[in-house]
Design a protein around this ligand. Sequence first.
Ligand SMILES: Nc1ncnc2c1ncn2[C@@H]1O[C@H](COP(=O)(O)OP(=O)(O)OP(=O)(O)O)[C@@H](O)[C@H]1O
Ligand SMILES: [Mg+2]
Length: 504
Amino acid sequence: MTVTRPPAEAPASILVVDDDETVADVLNHWLSAAGFEAAVAPDGETALVSLGRVLPDVVVLDLSLPGLGGLEVLVRIKSAMPRLPIIILTGTSDVETVVAAMQRGAHDFLTKPVDKQKLLSTVGRAVDHYRLSERVAELQRIDGGDGFPGIVGRSTAMRQLFRQMERVAASDVTVLVRGESGTGKELVARALHDHSARKKGPFVAINCAAIPESLQESELFGHEKGAFTGASARHSGRFEQAQGGTLFLDEIGEIAPSLQAKLLRVFQERRFHRVGGTQEVQVDVRIVAATHRDLLAEVEAGRFREDLYFRVAVFELEVPPLRDREGDLPVLVGHLLRDLEKKHHKPELVLEPQTLGLLATYGWPGNVRELQNALERAVVIAMDGVICPEDLPRRIAERRETRRPASAATGVDPGQGRGGGESPITSGTEVRDGDAREAHAEPPEGVGREAARTPTKMIELERQAIVQALADSRGNVSEACRLLGIPRTTMYRKLRRHGLRAEE
Ligand SMILES: Nc1ncnc2c1ncn2[C@@H]1O[C@H](COP(=O)(O)OP(=O)(O)OP(=O)(O)O)[C@@H](O)[C@H]1O
Ligand SMILES: [Mg+2]
């Protein structure tokens, strides 16, 4: 199998946790001067909440911290990001603490006062160690062929998301999934669950926006018999239903202000009371939340508790809008049409080239969900399975003035499907302006009309998607499978079908 080297590596980022400002400043200065990106947290709480934003390669952690102690912080970081190396800082006399820290998974230790060369070499080794372990984990995952099935994406933006999901999926850390509506937030939440140790446990979702304020408490926490009129029996809430698994708190920005304090307590202690109950209930649940809102702005506006925000946003995942996923559109269209073929019992759905051109250059404010709806509507209207521009919603089909430049978003060559190169790996991923314009224009009368009417068959779209995925993965079949969200067996079948060869 071909193993491709990762792209040129970004500078390693180091999180320094020390309450002594002078020490923190000096370490920060040394690390920055040596080419690391350093961030400083003055205490354990701040360190924990900034993990998701800093995404450090290494943490340098002082063991004697005010508030949450160093060992406790160590344990919590380890449970959130098990592979992340932590180098502890201690006074010379703390042999027992050093031993305790090493037993809890510290990677190495430095004694104060810190020696500059020793710091830089220890941090450098830890960075190499971490990057190698990440790479090994990635290769194991690709070899296992699992990836994130069902999440299609080959764009830089989506790969970045996958990398972050990999970092956090296996742990129990609370994750906030942010993204515009229809970007796939729930899909991401489910994938995190499916890749965690809790995957055999339940995945329970609750959409806070869909439940009136007055019912939110009993939906989340359940109620006792007789707690209110109509409560004829005890009812367990979503937290209890998710016991041993993952609770997905969708649209957490819509949680009633009156409930936020109760929720904070569950985030902290996993304990609550059912409505009307006196006995405390304890649960073991991993929480993944989602919002389309800017929660920090909600905090600033006084609608969302700040302390709750910091508990929710321990690790943030940003799902990019479709317009920023360069190159994803044809693959997504292929994937969604395959689903629609099954759902509507159509043997083969076909796109006219113009249709693809229109899809490729639309801005998709409603993201993947809007694309899915537009295609489904088109499939229903186009009874014969050939989807023409007229079958698309008017806002997509009738754009003449508001055309976006072809290079803006999708990287689709609307001329695809008219053949393609001989070699399995072509470089035809850029958009050529001329082609894109052609694809928008009305089919010219007479000349060219025939060509414009030739349907882009799904099979050709599929070939193009495979060729692009192989090009992107530099011929690495496992990686291409992951990008396309298909198993290897399917890939090999398809390669044969299209007469493509791939390096192994
Ligand atoms: N990358 C993707 N690959 C395949 N299907 C996707 C992808 N992203 C989203 N979808 C599909 O698009 C639809 C919308 O996704 P999802 O419900 O996860 O989005 P959301 O961000 O939660 O949307 P909303 O804001 O409307 O709740 C789903 O049917 C999902 O399966
Ligand atoms: Mg959703």
